[in-house]
Design a protein around this ligand. Structure first.
Ligand SMILES: [Zn+2]
Length: 367
């Protein structure tokens, strides 16, 4: 399996279109035509991870944090990034990143965090907005199934637990073919009326081009009439953070002890008053921007990382805030990511191994 085939399979389970607009995901270093041998998965790319990959004959490294994020002005051994990039290129190791797209899927970082805490009824805390549209197309009756099937196969009308969703309304279409036209129905210069069905389906924005081209390909008309309408609805399938409820109410101290144990954290920083915990919001990594969402969803606690002194202060009276560490709140996704990657390889008959790095890439130590 080549990297480009892997990329298109990965796109299906964690679309790059849902990543933060300034993020840097996908193939960061390498050649998309390289055949994949083995893969190493890590939260961050360090020189230890790069060397481990070479030892394991892994020519692909998949990390959560993109090594290339800020502009790089030179690639020399004077910087950590430069040294790693040189090593990758000299050893023909490819680097692929799944960052905020991995944060925003229901099998990603935040749902992993929710699962570790055994939360129930887990939902996205801050759903993706401005990412849905409807496509409406006018189809002669005999072609309705053909057109609908083509659109569904290209990803149209799939949402949450349902696929092949569409709406069909009957009506009359009119047209007059002019001199150089080649009409499927009717004659040049004569006004025609045709029984048509208005076929409408929901499409995620990043699939619009694929769905439209599949539709146009099987539609019988020379000029296909269709509308694309952007929606204001939230896309509840994708987004940042997660929220759910504990199987039973816990005292704050017991909850903190559970969290520490499940995440393998050495220490937790927290603020807020001692109270009972039932509803839990989580956001792996830097999630301070979601604290207000957690409060508006009536969370008793928000578990995240990288919280500042004044952030703790600002919300002290409103919610229990817990900073469990950036690495600690994210590393739990790695086995799940490795499993998904293995499924992609096996699905195409590839026998390559997917290794979780043996190195902790956490740069922060607690004394
Ligand atoms: Zn992170």
């Amino acid at each position: 399996m080549r990297i480009k085939e892997f990329q298109s399979e990965f796109e299906v389970i964690a679309p790059s279109a849902i990543a933060w607009k300034n993020d840097n995901v996908g193939l960061l270093v390498g050649r998309e035509n390289d055949e994949i041998q083995n893969i190493v998965v890590a939260l961050d790319l360090t020189m230890d991870v790069a060397k481990e990959s070479k030892q394991k004959n892994a020519n692909v490294i998949i990390t959560h944090h993109p090594l290339l994020f800020h502009p790089v002005k030179n690639i020399t051994t004077d910087s950590r990034i430069g040294e790693i990039l040189l090593y990758l290129i000299e050893n023909r190791i490819n680097l692929f990143a799944a960052h905020t797209n991995l944060d925003s899927v229901k099998w990603g970082v935040n749902f992993a965090l929710a699962n570790v805490l055994e939360l129930k009824n887990v939902e996205i805390l801050s759903p993706l907005n401005n990412s849905l549209s409807t496509i409406s197309v006018f189809v002669p009756r005999n072609f309705i199934e053909k057109v609908a099937d083509a659109m569904h196969s290209a990803g149209g009308g799939t949402f949450t637990k349902y696929d092949q969703c569409s709406y069909r309304g009957e009506g009359i279409g009119t047209f007059r073919a002019m001199n150089n036209a080649n009409p499927f129905i009717g004659t040049i210069g004569k006004k025609e009326t045709v029984e048509e069905i208005r076929l409408e389906m929901l499409v995620e924005d990043w699939k619009i081009n694929t769905v439209v081209s599949a539709m146009v390909q099987v539609h019988p008309y020379e000029e296909v009439a269709y509308n694309i309408t952007p929606l204001k609805n939230n896309n509840t399938e994708y987004g940042l953070g997660a929220i759910g409820t504990l199987p039973k109410t816990m005292k704050q101290e017991s909850f903190l002890a559970l969290l520490k144990k499940k995440l393998g954290a050495t220490a937790l920083r927290y603020s807020g008053r001692s109270k009972s915990i039932k509803r839990v919001a989580v956001c792996g990594g830097s999630g301070a921007e979601l604290i207000r969402d957690a409060i508006s969803h009536h969370a008793d606690v928000m578990v995240t990382a990288d919280l500042k002194y004044h952030t703790f202060q600002d919300f002290e009276e409103k919610i229990l805030l817990v900073d469990a560490g950036h690495y600690e709140t994210e590393h739990i996704v790695l086995p799940i990511l490795a499993k998904k990657i293995t499924q992609i390889l096996r699905h195409t008959g590839h026998n390559g191994k997917v290794y979780l790095t043996k190195h902790s890439t956490n740069p922060v130590h607690i004394f």
